[in-house]
Design a protein around this ligand. Structure first.
Ligand SMILES: O=C(O)[C@H](O)[C@@H](O)[C@H](O)[C@H](O)CO
Ligand SMILES: [Mg+2]
Length: 398
């Protein structure tokens, strides 16, 4: 019988570029090897958790070693049984997710099939992506407009941005006006045919969020994301949802189908954004997808970290019919992140093509994984929270 022989973790970074995107300054790449020498790759969430997540992967490692790599659902159930706190532990969920992704990569390689063949078969051979990470140091509406035009000229048909400067919890009148002017500038710069997506990063209390979504509605955003603090505050989300006709998106922090259900069953979310690196890999994402299908809502998978996540998310999207759009930081990454997978993706008229090669469909540069090995703690900014696009935690004139 083929068994899982090892699970290795490669935290990788390049200090020269680490401060530009602190939530993803390190990529946590996971390599699973089988007893007959097959190799698969996964990825886990960094975002000020690198060292905890590496430890959590070590726990998953000792459970899966010696087990049959083909029994992915069984292995998940075993971990669920052992880890008393998995339903509450982000670290455990992302650790497990990374191994699940790697096991699917391995399975695909054994069967000579891309992962999408294993989870339903091909529906989309290309996926519409929206740009994120494009607006570093943008503060004035003119800054945003200029950069947004560049994003369109790169070929994007959609882009997401957070226009809320340094506001958190609440926002005064001046703050709301500044945000509105930034959104207006982007809408005018890109025209009506390019989608704009408004990222709130879970900043606001309910009252502020209600006021904000109403002010943003005239600019016809494709969706407004995480308008309130992300604590599954159902009553609050319901107030925000009822205040506007704009699609409300959320879900990048959920770690289970049960959390997805809480959001979905009360009609509080129009677009769910599960992330394959924390929503329990292909196994968890497939279960969540079934729920979204049943409730007729759309998927826009969160994809903010690194190259294996990017490849895995595209495989998932390829077999989903209710994909609205997928996030992409790919074009704005430092080159080392792209080089890990031989710069496998090219933007083509706003879409990324899904690889049809076995497994995740990308070849990992192992030499680079060794060269870029990172130890220590991630960069930390006193002023800008880890999730902020660099240089945007500012008001005009400050
Ligand atoms: O939707 C997203 O992508 C997430 O909210 C984050 O992962 C951010 O991308 C990151 O904090 C930079 O803004
Ligand atoms: Mg987000």
């Amino acid at each position: 019988m083929v068994t899982i022989k090892d699970v290795e973790v490669y935290p990788v970074s390049d200090l020269a570029t680490a401060k530009a995107s602190p939530w993803a300054s390190v990529s946590i790449i996971v390599k699973v090897t089988t007893s007959d020498g097959q190799v698969g790759y996964g990825e886990a969430v960094p975002t000020l958790r690198v060292n905890q997540v590496i430890k959590a992967i070590e726990e998953v490692r000792r459970l899966v070693i010696g087990k049959d790599p083909f029994r992915v659902s069984y292995i998940f159930r075993e971990w669920y049984k052992h880890d008393f706190y998995i339903s509450r532990s982000f670290e455990s969920a992302t650790a497990y997710s990374s191994v699940d992704i790697a096991l699917h990569d391995i399975l695909g390689k054994y069967y000579g099939a891309p992962v999408y063949q294993l989870i339903g078969g091909l529906i989309n051979d290309k996926v519409k992506v929206y740009a994120n990470g494009w607006y570093s140091d943008c503060v004035t509406p003119e800054d945003f407009a200029k950069r947004a035009k560049e994003v369109v000229s790169m070929g994007f048909k959609a882009m997401k941005f957070d226009p809320f400067g340094p506001y958190f919890d609440s926002m005064d009148k001046a703050g709301l006006e500044e945000a509105v002017e930034r959104v207006r500038a982007v809408r005018e710069a890109v025209g009506k045919d390019v989608d704009i997506l408004i990222e709130v990063h879970g900043r606001f209390n309910v009252n502020t969020a209600v006021q904000m979504v109403r002010a943003m509605e005239p600019f016809e955003p494709l969706f407004i994301e995480e308008p309130i603090h992300p604590d599954l505050n159902m009553e609050g989300l319901s107030k925000v949802k009822n205040a506007t006709g704009v699609r409300i998106a959320t879900g990048e922090r959920i770690i289970s189908i049960e959390e997805a259900l809480q959001l979905i069953e009360r009609g509080l979310v129009d677009v769910l954004q599960p992330d394959i690196t924390n929503a329990l890999g292909f196994t968890g994402m497939s279960r969540i997808r079934a729920l979204t299908e049943a409730y007729g809502i759309e998927l826009a998978p969160h994809n903010a970290f690194g190259p294996i996540q990017h490849a895995a998310t595209l495989q998932f999207d390829a077999s989903s019919f209710n994909i609205l759009i997928q996030e992409s930081f790919y074009e704005f990454w430092p080159q080392w992140k792209r080089d890990i997978i031989g710069d496998a993706f090219k933007l083509n008229e706003g879409y990324h093509t899904v690889p049809s090669k076995p497994g995740l469909g990308v070849t990992v540069n192992e030499r680079l994984l060794d060269e870029l090995r990172f130890t220590g703690m991630e960069p930390f900014h006193e002023e800008e929270p880890v999730w902020v696009i660099k240089g945007t935690w500012r008001r005009y004139g400050s």
